[in-house]
Ligand binder design. Structure first.
Ligand code: NAD
Length: 417
């Protein structure tokens, strides 16, 4: 019998519950962490190109603001739900704490199919959404960025709409902007670079070099394609990749530069000449050293987890592993680099972008990348030290590291009642 769809917010709560018990978290704090601070639902009337009006639903959720302004992307996808946005906002609270940048957790989303919107429709939808959530965002309140279905152009419309309303330049209201509007060098590839850095650290933990390791990547968007390119440049052999249209493989190693060229024209990995088609579900269980899920939630479940043969899973996506799958992976000795660590490179360089905007002083790409390595390796080491200390798996280790940092900050601030 098929399982009921897994609710991502319940997945987040399940991991939080396990981590809180192991850590011995104060009951009051546990209750606070279980629910987001603020959830906003907005209706967005948009004039479509055919002259008709459509009304879209948008969300912005702020999970926790103790350590700083909320930080988190905006997702455009037909499957966006309030619970998904709540889950991702909470993951941002933990992620910003794991890499120790001074933000809380937020996330936004609009229920829409971005592939079916014209540029004009997407722009009008974005501007209306920002106008509706104006009161709760800002450089010191909540700083959006891109996520699935949104990009640097979308962030430019966010910036422009916000600045038109406040009638001044506030570049730091959003990150992931084009360079010409105060974006940071290195931001576009930052999440993929974080995947590279944590994959290398994880291989080192197993006493193996990254060069020569075989890799499969699910999802070939911003995160998946950049991670693929950087892992390839580091000497790993990418043998399988997929996107929402299908999967391809070549056990001798894909020619990544030719593949990137193919994708820039065809907009999909399918049909690439230097590979054969494969069943997308089989990509996850393909025999590789490193598996990078970089698409969406709940891809690794209790059904396929027993068949996974990778040595390491580096979670480029948010929530790709259902909670029931974790014990199976642990039992099988698979090292999971959890999402709140593995994909934190994006928010780390978003933090650098926000700092540069506020300083009005911009860093060279080398400085950005060096600082990213520094933040990510510290976060990796702190996560695994916590994992070892509590004799748990790295996901729960990362949660404990994060909730300890947020809890300490909350204890100093106290509850305002
Ligand atoms: P994107 O929209 O650029 O790309 C998503 C990719 O996944 C596309 O190639 C799409 O075809 C593919 N895809 C969707 N469903 C699929 C499926 N069932 N099987 C295989 N492929 C599928 O999005 P992105 O920004 O790369 O984000 C991907 C994931 O990484 C999301 O979970 C996102 O929340 C997370 N993430 C993104 C960033 C960032 O900086 N962009 C940062 C941290 C985490």
């Amino acid at each position: 019998m098929p399982h009921a769809p897994i609710n991502p917010y319940e997945s987040m709560q399940a991991s939080l519950r396990v981590a809180s018990e192991l850590y011995g978290l104060d009951d009051a704090l546990f209750k606070v962490f279980m629910a987001p601070t603020r959830s906003m639902i907005v209706s967005l009337p948009v004039l479509m190109d055919n002259g008709q009006w459509e009304v879209f639903t948008g969300y912005r959720v702020q999970h926790n603001l103790t350590r700083g302004p909320a930080k988190g992307g905006i997702r455009y996808d037909i499957n966006v739900t309030l619970d998904e946005v709540k889950a991702m906002a909470a993951w941002m609270t933990w992620k910003t704490a794991v890499v120790d940048v001074p933000f809380g957790g937020g996330k936004g989303g609009i229920v829409c199919d971005p592939n079916r919107l014209s540029m004009g429709e997407k722009e009008r939808l974005t501007r209306r959404y920002i106008a509706e959530i104006m009161d709760i965002i800002g450089p010191d309140r909540d700083v959006p960025a891109q996520d699935m279905g949104t990009d640097a152009q979308t962030m430019a419309w966010v910036l422009d709409t916000y600045n038109m309303h406040v009638r001044r330049t506030e570049n730091a209201v959003v990150t992931g902007k084009p360079l010409s509007l105060g974006g940071s060098l290195g931001r576009n590839e930052a999440t993929g670079r974080g995947v590279l850095i944590t994959a290398r650290e994880a291989m080192q933990r197993l006493g193996k070099p990254l060069a020569g390791a075989t890799v499969a990547v699910q999802g070939f968007g911003n995160v998946g394609s950049q991670a693929t390119r950087l892992l390839h440049e580091a000497g790993a052999r990418i043998v399988a990749v997929s996107d929402s249209r299908g999967a391809i493989k070549n056990d001798r190693g894909l020619d990544i530069h030719a593949l990137l060229k193919h994708v820039s024209e065809a907009k999909t990995v399918t049909g690439f000449k230097g590979a054969e088609a494969m069943d997308p579900a089989a990509l996850l269980t393909h025999q590789v050293d490193i598996l990078v899920p970089a698409a969406t939630e709940n891809q690794i479940t209790e059904d396929n987890a027993p068949k996974i043969r990778a040595k390491i899973i580096v979670e480029g996506a948010n929530g790709p592993t259902a909670p029931e799958a974790d014990p199976i992976l642990q039992e099988n000795g698979i090292l999971v680099v959890p999402d709140i660590l593995a994909n934190a490179g994006g928010v780390t360089v978003s933090y650098f972008e926000w700092v540069q905007n506020r300083q009005g002083f911009y860093w060279r790409e080398r400085e950005v990348n060096e600082r990213l390595v520094d933040y990510m390796t510290h976060a990796f080491q702190a996560t695994f030290a916590t994992t070892d200390k509590y004799k748990t798996n790295p996901r729960i280790g990362a949660y404990i590291l994060a909730l300890d940092r947020v809890a300490q900050a909350m204890k100093y601030r106290g509850f305002y009642a």
